[in-house]
Write a protein that binds this ligand. Structure first.
Ligand SMILES: O=c1ccn([C@H]2C[C@H](O)[C@@H](COP(=O)(O)OP(=O)(O)OP(=O)(O)O)O2)c(=O)[nH]1
Ligand SMILES: [Mg+2]
Length: 148
């Protein structure tokens, strides 16, 4: 049974006009997040946009920050570190790094939806060092080793 998890969110910006990030449709994978301040990103440049919110993600989960396809298609806007990783122990403002691959200045107004955040389970690994690894069919083949 599909059960959303509770995530505490703190409003850092007290003007009160920024809506909480939310799912735009009932089946959306990501909640859209908005810029808390205006920003202008020239072609070829990057910018850091605050969202005005901080989260306490439960242990065992992360938030991934992903681009919006509409902005990518219409304006050439992407996220260079996609998916951005928001750690469960991070209590600072969720910020979005944007890159303008388009031909025009990208003008962001406060309240514009700039990215989407996806809540995902995450497993930590426990490393144990060994002298030899088990053999597999692939071995060390990669980077196109199986052909096109
Ligand atoms: O798009 C992003 C990526 C990261 N963060 C915040 C939350 C995350 O938990 C923290 C650290 O991110 P990351 O581990 O990707 O960056 P780092 O360069 O390794 O920094 P640090 O040394 O602080 O871990 O920065 C954001 O707000 N937005
Ligand atoms: Mg890190």
């Amino acid at each position: 049974m599909f059960e959303p998890i509770d995530i505490a969110v703190k409003r850092l910006d007290h003007a009160g006009d920024l809506p909480l990030p939310c799912y735009e449709t009932s089946g959306s994978a990501g909640m859209d997040v908005r810029a808390a301040e205006a920003l202008n990103i020239a072609p070829g440049n990057r910018g850091l946009a605050g969202t005005g919110f901080a989260f306490a993600i439960p242990e065992g989960y992360e938030i991934q920050v992903r681009p919006r396809s509409g902005l990518a298609l219409k304006n050439g806007i992407s996220i260079p570190n996609t998916p951005g990783t928001i750690d469960s122990d991070y209590r600072g403002e969720l910020k979005v790094i944007l890159i303008n691959h388009g031909e025009d200045d990208f003008i962001i107004e406060r309240g514009d939806r700039i990215a989407q955040i996806v809540v995902a389970p995450v497993q930590q690994g426990l490393l144990f060092e060994v002298a030899d690894l088990d053999e597999t069919q692939r071995g060390s083949g990669g980077f196109g080793s199986t052909g096109v």
